[in-house]
Design a protein around this ligand. Structure first.
Ligand code: EPU
Length: 294
């Protein structure tokens, strides 16, 4: 992107040349050339409107926990930096999109509000959780969603109740220039100690089967219908396959982990090697589950 950015954009808080390893849980990638961090909804709206006016595509970053970046990104990247304040109104909790998803689950437990226990082990922001309709253990966000707020790709601000067809298994329409701003969940009253125990149990379940102490982006490939990507990779004998600092985790084969200095090239080569070997061994084509930026 060689042309200068307009003044409306440059008035929004931003940083230059931020390394993606600092912006993602996996820790792989080049430089984020333009990172815009609006502190208010008005600033976020001004960002989208300025980009629309300039015909400038942009990308939206949340917690960076489901993202693999394969190089430098020249396009403006939006990462909301709203104040992390939670509002309670009876059984309803309202969080801004920049609030931590695990933190929200823990806060609800502390307040004796049940319904977010499933979210205990799912990293990222609440905005990312909304966009992906995060879920686990038979519950997904849309089940407890009361209202949600977002910007359209034209920069209109919308607040609405969820309707059928808007959210699906691990997905929603909030892609392609939409920006999740926040949401309100409707929970059920419960005993704080019992809810906290369930939250701890859900965190623990992941800790025993997934390599959470090594940098990772969660599951890398989607489970093919009726199959488990982790089991397919495991059966192909690929646990421990390593290119540079990128490795197929010996704990869970669908986690490709970064031991510290994995480069985008290492990581891309490891993903391709896994796909190729699973294709040859099982005749199954694995598709990435993570978002990929190149
Ligand atoms: N398995 C193996 N070897 C492995 C890993 C798994 O044989 O190396 C077997 C397990 O023994 C089990 C089966 O594969 O029989 C399924 O494994 P697991 O229970 O770990 O679930 P998964 O299908 O691999 C999914 C989600 C995870 C989520 C867990 C728990 C996908 C692609 N993965 O994993 O989500 O944490 O269920 O709810 O949907 C993510 O989205 O990033 C993610 C990690």
């Amino acid at each position: 992107m060689t042309r200068p950015l307009p003044d409306e954009l440059l008035r929004i808080p931003h940083r230059r040349d931020v390394p993606f390893p600092r912006l993602t849980t996996l820790g792989v990638g080049g430089l984020c050339r333009w990172l815009f961090e609006p502190e208010t909804e008005d600033q976020a709206q001004a960002f989208v409107r300025a980009c629309v006016r300039e015909g400038l595509p942009y990308r939206v970053l949340g917690g960076g926990s489901n993202l693999v970046v394969f190089g430098d990104v020249d396009l403006p990247v939006l990462r909301l930096a709203f104040p992390k304040t939670l509002r309670q109104d009876g059984l309803r909790l309202t969080a801004p999109a920049s609030y931590g998803h695990i933190r929200l689950s823990q806060d609800a437990a502390r307040l004796g509000l049940s319904g977010l226990e499933y979210a205990a082990g799912i990293p990222g922001t609440t905005g990312g959780a909304l966009r992906m309709n995060a879920g686990a253990y038979g519950t997904e966000l849309v089940d407890i969603l009361d209202t949600y707020r977002f910007l359209t790709p034209a920069g209109e601000r919308v607040e609405k109740r969820p309707e059928p067809g808007e959210f699906r298994y691990r997905g929603s329409f909030l892609t392609g220039g939409h920006v999740a701003l926040g949401y309100t969940v409707r929970l059920a009253p419960g005993d704080p100690a019992a809810i906290q125990a369930k939250v701890a149990e859900n965190m623990g379940k992941r800790g025993t089967s997934q390599p959470l102490s090594t940098r990772n982006a969660g599951c890398i490939f989607k489970n093919p219908p009726g199959l488990s990507a982790g089991r397919l990779i495991d059966q192909a004998g690929l646990k421990g396959l390593r290119i540079g600092d990128a490795e197929v985790s010996p704990e869970h084969a669908n986690f490709l982990v970064n031991h510290g200095r994995a480069t985008p090239e290492d990581f891309a080569a490891l993903m391709e090697a896994v796909r190729e070997k699973v294709r040859v061994f099982h005749g199954v084509e694995l598709e990435p589950e993570v978002e990929i930026w190149r």
